[in-house]
Design a binder for this molecule. Structure first.
Ligand code: NAD
Length: 337
């Protein structure tokens, strides 16, 4: 087995339930003998002028240096003059791809039993470029930016991911019949990359048809790659197929090999501090972090223990219809290790 003593990773426990579920990750990692040296960073209480945000420059430097991190939910303080925390991370660390594996959890019944897909969302441009203005009174305009560079980068990542994870097919999701220039360029870039991966099947699916197919039979899909807005919507739709945001992990991939894993849910202020939060999404995000580090044995062991605990049904948190506390559920996972 690999000696992991030297791995240093940044940890943002985050706000609300964040510290409780981060504690759960630390406990499970310890039990599984994963020696990560956590470099912990909290969101500041004052704006750092170097980042124009409550996230300090030192926190960002920590991720740049370690190249690997785990992030709990962050509640962006309301008020003017600062950037959203998630936006700061995305822009400053150039987190260009958001990867969300989505698979049915055995024993946790939803409408589908056979979901096993991955959405890969372009995370830096498209409809979320933030370029909106008023043309004249009553008429506003929003610019959807698609560049060859960002499209090639996310397509490359999608095919690289498919190959590295033994996946068979990549579907590019688009609306190029209407958005001919923007989605047209996105598709052109996907096709170019697809040619370099003849062993991976490539297809193009129009977004509306994709939604219909996903809710009818999610098993039709494998890896999906798409521009920002479509990715935002489709990735949540996929989370819904397997039981919701409390269960789905994600990982953000940035320039220079940075990977920042995060749970997709928010800080859940309604249950914060009550030992009620479900740590599954953050735990499974931590598993994607281990996979990024190629510690697949450890990742498999932890993932199995989480899935077994949920399947067994004896210890489940309230969001999954149970009455266990975060600590009891975490202990049950440790017992399965
Ligand atoms: P939320 O995801 O925090 O909560 C929605 C509902 O889901 C709540 O009822 C909550 O109790 C429940 N929930 C969420 N995660 C859960 C978990 N792990 N276990 C059990 N129940 C869980 O969404 P919200 O209330 O809209 O947002 C709260 C705050 O979180 C806001 O400040 C928002 O900006 C922030 N937020 C941050 C992120 C992020 O950091 N990535 C994402 C979404 C929202």
């Amino acid at each position: 087995s690999v000696d992991t003593t030297s791995i240093r990773a940044t940890l943002f426990p985050g706000d609300g339930i964040g510290p409780e579920i981060a504690e759960s990750v630390k406990k499970v990692f310890k039990e599984a003998d994963v020696h990560i040296d956590w470099d912990e960073h909290y969101v500041g209480t004052e704006i750092d002028p170097r980042t124009q945000s409550f996230l300090t420059w030192e926190s960002l430097e920590s991720v740049r240096r370690n190249k690997i991190g785990l992030k709990g939910p962050m509640a962006t303080p309301i008020g003017k003059g600062h950037r959203s925390l998630n936006l700061t991370l995305r822009k400053e660390l150039n987190l260009y791809a958001n990867v969300r594996p989505c698979y049915s959890l055995p024993g946790y019944k939803t409408r589908y039993d056979n979901v096993d897909l991955v959405t890969i969302r372009e995370n830096t441009e498209g409809e979320y470029s933030g370029l909106e203005h008023q043309v004249v009174r009553g008429v506003v305009e929003s610019l959807k930016i698609i560049t060859r560079q960002a499209s090639l980068r996310v397509a490359e990542y999608a095919f690289h991911y498919a190959k590295a994870h033994g996946r068979e097919r990549v579907s590019a999701i688009h609306k190029a019949n209407i958005m001919q220039k923007t989605d047209g360029l996105f598709l052109k870039c996907c096709r170019e990359v697809a040619e370099k991966y003849p062993e991976i099947k490539y297809e193009e699916v129009v977004i509306d048809n994709c939604c219909m197919m996903l809710v009818k039979n999610p098993a039709l899909f494998d890896v999906l790659v798409m521009p920002n807005l479509y990715g935002d919507i489709i990735s949540d739709l996929c989370a819904g197929l397997i039981g919701g945001l409390g269960l789905t992990p994600s990982c953000n991939i940035g320039e220079g090999g940075i990977a920042l894993a995060e749970a997709v849910h928010g800080s859940a202020p309604d249950i914060a501090g009550k030992n009620m939060a479900n740590p599954t999404a953050l735990l499974l995000s931590a598993v994607t972090m281990l996979r990024h580090l190629e510690l697949h044995d450890k990742a498999d062991r932890i993932q199995d223990a989480i899935l077994k605990t949920i399947a067994e049904g004896k210890y489940r948190t309230a969001d999954l219809g149970g009455s266990s506390t975060t600590t009891d559920f975490t202990q049950a996972i440790c017992d399965h290790l």
